[in-house]
Ligand binder design. Structure first.
Ligand SMILES: Nc1ncnc2c1ncn2[C@@H]1O[C@H](COP(=O)(O)OP(=O)(O)OP(=O)(O)O)[C@@H](O)[C@H]1O
Length: 284
């Protein structure tokens, strides 16, 4: 396994405000990593540093390069999208394809044609004549035809209907992703990516509060629906969070053996969304 991104003591301040507080993390080849955090947590700042769009303190290596000093070389091997539902309205499909052919050395035109031929998108159409779903398809055809080693997605499906959002991720998995590539995605819509991710990073107020593979998450975190007589026992095991479900208490535990938890109630794997809420409230 090779490391695609290595951050050590990565920090960023805007004046006296510390947007990133010395974070360490790695992204390995062949992984799909979700970078998840509330508004203002520092997600975009991390992505900007990775893409060489902002200065930073600490160490950061992306595909063996320093994004601050070797951005041109890096961009030949990376693809970045912020919003798949938007392309300039006046642009013709063929001009969009031509543009990417010219600017990206690893764009595979035949692949793009192959993807576009599977859709109803016409070569001569302008973006303003396409439906939102077709714009997403065009965007995907362009992205999936760039033979990038790292794909960085910043809230890519914002503003899209649920149908297109699912379609976007399904196609990306089926047609783009393989073990030679890595995807780093930030999103607020955790539910729609949780089955896709291999790894999860939670960021809160410029600090990483969870960094684990999905398998590690499944092993470490357990949710228990506790019957009334076992509530005190549950509390004694220091749950991360407590919530009410149809009048019963549900507790989320970190690192407590499942066998022990089975004795006090019905054990389940938490959703990433529930884990996220717990981690964002922890210690508050
Ligand atoms: N250019 C800037 N000047 C000053 N402060 C900034 C600047 N850019 C970001 N910040 C601050 O840094 C913090 C992190 O911002 P960032 O955009 O990385 O958060 P985010 O997690 O991407 O949030 P969102 O989900 O809202 O996009 C925020 O408090 C933001 O106000």
């Amino acid at each position: 396994m090779s490391t695609i991104i290595r951050a050590k003591g990565l920090s960023k301040s805007y004046g006296s405000f510390e947007a990133l507080k010395s974070v360490d993390f790695t992204v390995e080849r062949g992984k799909i990593v979700g970078l998840v955090g509330p508004n203002g947590a520092g997600k975009t700042t991390v992505l900007k540093a990775i893409l060489g769009l902002t200065s930073f303190d600490g160490e950061l290596e992306v595909l063996g390069l320093n994004p601050a000093g070797q951005r041109d070389d890096l961009m030949k091997r990376v693809c970045f999208i912020a919003d798949v539902a938007v392309l300039p309205k006046w642009l013709k499909v063929k001009d969009a394809v031509e543009f990417v052919t010219e600017v990206h050395p690893h764009f595979n035109l035949e692949r793009a044609k192959h993807f576009l031929n599977k859709t109803n998108i016409k070569w001569d159409s302008k973006v303003k004549e396409l439906s939102k779903g077709m714009i997403v398809q065009l965007h995907l055809a362009l992205v999936m035809s760039i033979e990038a080693e790292l794909l960085v997605l910043d809230e890519p499906t914002l503003g899209l209907d649920i149908l297109y959002r699912k379609e976007f991720y399904n196609q990306l998995l089926a047609e783009f992703f393989d073990e030679g590539r890595s995807i780093l995605v930030t999103t607020h819509q955790i539910e729609e990516v949780e089955n896709l991710l291999t790894d999860l990073i939670f960021i809160r107020e410029g600090q990483i509060v969870l960094d684990a593979s999905m398998d590690e998450v499944a092993e470490s975190y357990v949710e228990v629906m506790v019957s009334r007589e076992n509530v005190e026992q549950a509390k004694a095991l220091n749950p991360l969070i407590e919530r009410d479900v149809f009048g019963r208490k549900v507790y989320l535990f970190e690192g407590v053996p499942v066998e022990q938890l089975q004795e006090i109630g019905e054990v389940n794997s938490p959703s990433v969304a529930d884990l996220f809420v717990a981690k964002m409230k922890e210690g508050k």
